[in-house]
Ligand binder design. Structure first.
Ligand code: MSP
Length: 597
């Protein structure tokens, strides 16, 4: 019974090795693509169970409305989820809201609402934003749900029964905004808006307070060497590399035990410690377990828990890369496969905050830029390694240049009735564009083909390492090259009555449509609506849009092209309507001005 399973696993690994080699050495990738597709197709069925994938966003605090940074975390995760589905994985994608803790309790009080009603209202706002932006989560978790309470209590009991939690007392700094304990070295002096001297977290800038209370402690210090071993043995566990190095450094410093409960008298809004009604479980322990709850913990989590990947912002790295793995090691559970870390969006070089009046509302912007426009901008401009600054102006310039003019323009050219009166996927003529130079195509055309042919391997590699901006950069460069190809050969100047000219014209269109098919397929994780519109216009059916179906320009290798001769889709609408920046300024004068300062 064991052998077939081993064979399946090996064949999946072989595919990954092949994919990798196609990237490292792009020469003769036309042939290699074939091999990959055949292998993928033949292995899809047998690999299915082995190819599960589980991706999560952080769960979002409900003390305030969603902003652009929150949407960014969700869009990255959505992109990876969609990309895995395209690869044929069985992917699960969880997001949701973090609803317990002191700051939520205080926000509900300030709003004059009972905590659950308050949480439900804000949680719905997040859900609405995500639904509007096509975040295709498969599970939306709220920490106030029963299934989660059960998972947290069970998890706590496992740690308790293993002697990893003990009753102690904590004395030190606490930041309610970050729901985080800090050492003296992490705290500095500051002055608040009323001129009072206060202590703040050096990392977040949030106010901290001295607290002293009896509570439960987790033996975090006992896990330092295991955590170091894990990271040293898995150098890609935390990406990008700069954040991996940050965590290694933390682990070389002092790692004191961690307080994992608060006195109930101070914090009522949370899950009570099992067996001690006087204590509430620390909100971060509670929140982190959400990833297990969604996986089906404690009963049926194995399928998903072995393949978990987390997307997190840099501000919550320690919770995910130190506390969480230590809790999991304590509970005897596997560690996440990857923690992908992203940096932040600033506005005018500053952190978004209500008091600065520079919070960017993602819902409002996605109405102006369209949902796909918003998604494209965030993923094209957001760099995981360092912060990115948001301006409306940048967004509208980028979207007009790359989506409206470049990609939309290319589609228009190839489908315009003047050049393509029959409205079909025109025929490719091998004499006009032979596999080796000698026809009417020139050297630059062959370079373009080489770049587009290698695109899936390059793009997959970038998606895989969460460098989505790099994937979009190379796609955008190829779109420009294809526009250059059309421009160079000016098909509108060809003499239609001449049969060789007509064949060459059809070939130019065929090659351009093949390039567009590649771009549409590879862009699906980022701009699902635009990709759908583009692929539908090309006549590519929904079951022909997987990464394994991408087989580029088969005619140049003397193979059949299933699309050749097909009637194009009937939706002739504009792919992406040019944005008018004046509209943005008119609709949002105050915010735009502030944001530009
Ligand atoms: N509730 C915790 C996470 C618990 S996960 C077990 C939390 N919530 S949060 O709402 O404050 O942040 C959620 C995510 O939004 C984090 O990944 C955070 O980094 C991200 N962002 C918050 N502000 C951001 C920007 N300005 N830019 C980009 N992402 C930012 O932390």
């Amino acid at each position: 019974m064991r052998t077939p399973f081993l064979l399946v696993t090996r064949s999946c690994k072989a595919i990954h090795r092949l994919q990798h080699s196609a990237f490292v050495s792009p020469v003769s990738a036309l042939y290699r693509h074939q091999t990959i597709s055949v292998l993928r197709n033949s292995s899809t069925v047998s690999c299915k169970d082995d190819r599960s994938y589980y991706i999560t966003t952080p769960i979002f605090y409900v003390n305030a409305s969603p902003h652009l940074g929150h949407l960014y975390s969700a869009v990255i995760a959505d992109c990876l989820h969609r990309y895995k589905l395209l690869q044929g994985f069985n992917s699960k994608f969880a997001t949701g809201t973090d609803e317990h803790g002191l700051k939520i309790q205080q926000a509900a009080e300030a709003a004059g609402k009972d905590p659950l009603t308050f949480c439900t209202d804000v949680s719905e706002r997040f859900k609405h934003l995500f639904n509007s932006c096509n975040i295709s989560y498969t599970d939306y978790i709220r920490t106030t749900e029963q299934r989660h309470h059960q998972a947290v209590k069970h998890f706590w009991s496992v740690l308790w029964n293993k002697g990893l939690i003990y009753k102690g007392s904590y004395e030190g700094w606490y930041s309610t905004q970050d729901e985080s304990f800090l050492t003296a070295l992490q705290v500095g002096d500051a002055v608040d808006s009323s001129g009072n001297e206060i202590k703040v977290s050096l990392e977040s800038g949030h106010k901290v307070e001295w607290m002293k209370e009896e509570n439960y402690m987790f033996r975090l210090s006992a896990f330092r060497s295991q955590l170091l071993d894990w990271l040293k043995g898995n150098p890609r566990a935390i990406q990008p590399e700069i954040f991996y190095q940050v965590v290694l450094k933390w682990l070389q410093e002092d790692l004191p035990d961690l307080s994992v409960s608060r006195q109930r008298s101070r914090l009522q809004w949370g899950i009570p410690v099992p067996g001690d009604a006087e204590q509430t479980i620390y909100v971060w322990l509670d929140a982190l377990v959400n990833y297990l709850t969604v996986a089906g913990y404690p009963d049926i989590h194995n399928q998903w828990w072995n393949v978990a990947h987390h997307i997190v912002g840099k501000d919550i790295l320690k919770f995910h890369a130190v506390y969480w793995p230590a809790f999991l090691l304590g509970a005897g559970l596997p560690l996440p496969q990857t923690i992908y870390v992203h940096s932040h969006w600033t506005v005018g070089g500053k952190k978004m905050s209500k008091s600065l009046g520079n919070v960017v509302d993602p819902l409002e912007r996605s109405k102006q830029f369209t949902t796909d426009g918003m998604r494209y901008f965030l993923l094209r401009q957001g760099v995981p390694d360092s912060d990115s600054d948001y301006t409306d102006d940048k967004a509208f310039k980028l979207l007009n240049a790359e989506l409206a003019d470049s990609l939309g323009g290319l589609l228009n050219r190839c489908t315009a009735p003047a050049l393509n009166p029959a409205q079909i996927y025109t025929a490719f003529c091998p004499q006009s564009f032979p596999s080796e130079q000698g026809g009417r195509a020139v050297g630059e055309d062959y370079h373009m083909l080489e770049a587009v042919k290698n695109l899936p391997a390059v793009v997959e590699q970038h998606y895989e390492s969460m460098h989505v901006y790099k994937a979009l950069e190379v796609i955008s460069a190829c779109v420009r090259q294809t526009n250059g190809f059309v421009q160079r050969h000016a098909p509108w100047k060809l003499e239609r009555s001449d049969i060789t000219d007509q064949r060459w014209l059809d070939t130019i269109i065929h090659v351009s449509l093949e390039c567009l098919r590649m771009y549409g397929t590879l862009l699906q994780p980022v701009v699902p609506e635009i990709s759908d519109k583009l692929l539908s216009r090309l006549g590519v059916q929904p079951d022909e849009r997987g990464l394994a179906d991408v087989n580029f320009l088969p005619k140049i290798r003397g193979m059949d092209c299933p699309f050749e001769g097909r009637v194009l889709g009937s939706d002739t609408g504009v792919l992406f309507t040019r944005l008018d920046n004046l509209d943005i300024d008119k609709q949002n004068p105050k915010k735009t001005k502030k944001a530009k300062k």
